[in-house]
Design a protein around this ligand. Structure first.
Ligand code: ZN
Length: 494
């Protein structure tokens, strides 16, 4: 089968009985099918397994009898009279158990909506083309179609057990509105998304996460990435143990560079490490939310599933319309209720219920996603995320070293912390009046770590020389160092 049927008038399919799902891409073939009489169209739907050609009674499981044609629905009324021992009367419409069950729209209108939605039109466009009401019916139908994406992701993550392998990039990114330079309204839904992408195929795995710590992220990596694979990431400390648990893990420190080279000390071969593939995935994911001006928390999950489905479909290089129609036909087996799992929470790392706020992506999001992303230490802004022994007041806890097991990590206090640095202006307007200073502070807020790599590798610089790693945990300009170096007898320097 060709990847898609040419969309021109001359390449249209002239015989309605030959029109298949790949022909839907050609608008002339598609509308030729819609222009057929109800009988022909319903026959086509039956042949293509969108509506049942035989209805089975839900009560006694026996095949029903078609009793009469119903004009407007085009289909039939099916009736079961039960058995001799247990007579009953039950009727079904021709739409029963199908995608079209319970709708007052004509199947043609729904097919138009489906086609537009699958091809990635905006909801407004889908509504206008199909003649649906934008605010109500179109929203409902789009939600309903995204439920198929949810089911797809559910099967993909929890039933099929497929794993990424080879070279895998991992990263996290904040979805939702960001304030730039501490201006504007910082409220609204913000969600951290953890992502993994297989470089050779571009397949992604996404999870919304409440926390970005080791306990959350490592199980996800183990669930979705085959042991022995090579993982590339930035220097986020939750990944530090990856080399110990069976992966080949390389890091690139984004505060330094975006491409880091390593040399194998035994073979002398150089390996280049970057995370550009996943940065591209963030771009396409955020574009989805930007196009529709954000979404509610309750629908965020299904939108994320749509992003995943579209990514997986692009990775498998299948034409869009047949791929989604197959998804529908998988879920509607036409012998009973569809096989969908709408109410099951999909991601065990995130809860949508408590924050039904509106998520907005900035429309002017032309800046590179990663460079502009907030500093790594920003989660401590919420007291919940501050690490430290429980029972300590959050503000007091923020002075506790972040993690005793990783001494190289230094957490610098975030601007909102109540513990004032002696060198920082604590006036709330500092971002406005002292722009330059505000910017500098942001940079120093990042959590920095050393480069991680499997044993037998050394990081090298661009010229191929071994890179000396600075111990970033020691700040030579720290006030304490000065006090210690200058000696205690200098009373003026306190
Ligand atoms: Zn029956």
């Amino acid at each position: 089968m060709k990847k898609y049927i040419n969309m021109s008038w001359s390449k249209r399919e002239r015989d309605p009985s030959n029109i298949g799902l790949p022909h839907f891409r050609n608008p002339f073939s598609f509308h030729l099918l819609l222009a057929q009489s109800d009988d022909v169209l319903y026959k086509w739907l039956e042949d293509n397994r969108f509506i049942a050609s035989q209805i089975f009674c839900e009560v006694c499981k026996r095949p029903c009898k078609a009793i009469k044609k119903v004009g407007r629905r085009g289909g039939r009324i099916w009736r079961c009279r039960g058995t001799v021992r247990w007579p009953h009367e039950k009727s079904y419409s021709g739409h029963s158990f199908s995608l079209f069950e319970g709708t007052h729209f004509d199947v043609r209108e729904i097919l138009i909506f489906l086609r537009e939605w699958i091809l990635g039109s905006t909801l407004h466009r889908c509504a206008v083309e199909s003649g649906m009401d934008y605010k109500n019916s179109a929203v409902d139908w789009a939600n309903f179609l995204r439920d198929h994406c949810r089911k797809f992701v559910h099967d993909l993550y929890y039933e099929l057990g497929e794993k990424l392998r080879g070279e895998v990039e991992i990263d996290e990114s904040l979805f939702g509105r960001r304030t730039k330079y501490h201006r504007g309204d910082p409220r609204g839904l913000k969600i951290w998304i953890f992502g993994m992408v297989e470089r050779s195929t571009n397949r992604i795995v996404l999870y919304p996460v409440e926390r970005r710590d080791e306990n959350t992220l490592l199980p996800l990596i183990e669930r979705h990435v085959e042991k022995g694979s090579t993982i590339y990431s930035d220097g986020w400390r939750a990944y530090y143990r990856l080399n110990e648990i069976g992966y080949r893990h390389f890091t690139v420190e984004h505060s330094d560079t975006f491409v880091q080279k390593y040399r194998d000390t035994t073979t002398g071969e150089a390996t280049t490490v970057h995370t550009n593939t996943i940065e591209g995935a963030w771009k396409s994911g955020k574009d989805h939310f930007r196009r529709m001006n954000g979404c509610k928390a309750s629908t965020f999950e299904s939108h994320l599933c749509e992003v995943i489905w579209r990514n997986r479909n692009a990775a498998s290089k299948r034409p869009l319309i047949p791929a989604f129609m197959d998804l529908i036909r998988d879920h509607y087996h036409l012998r009973g209720k569809p096989n969908l799992c709408m109410k099951v929470p999909l991601f065990d790392t995130w809860h949508a219920d408590k924050k039904d706020k509106l998520m907005r992506e900035e429309l002017t999001g032309d800046t590179p996603v990663r460079i502009d992303s907030p500093p790594r230490a920003s989660p401590p802004l919420s007291p919940r995320d501050v690490p430290g022994p429980s029972g300590i007041h959050p503000q007091a806890a923020s002075s506790v070293p972040s993690s005793p097991s990783i001494p190289t990590v230094k957490r610098v206090l975030s601007p909102s912390s109540s513990i004032a640095s002696p060198f920082r202006a604590t006036s709330p307007s500092y971002g406005r009046s002292k722009k330059g200073k505000g910017k500098k502070k942001r940079k120093s807020d990042t959590v920095t770590g050393t480069l991680h790599h499997p044993p037998g590798f050394v990081p090298i610089d661009k010229k191929g020389k071994a890179k000396l790693q600075k111990d970033k945990s020691v700040n030579v300009y720290d006030r304490q160092n000065f006090v210690a170096d200058w000696g205690s007898d200098d009373d003026d320097f306190q």
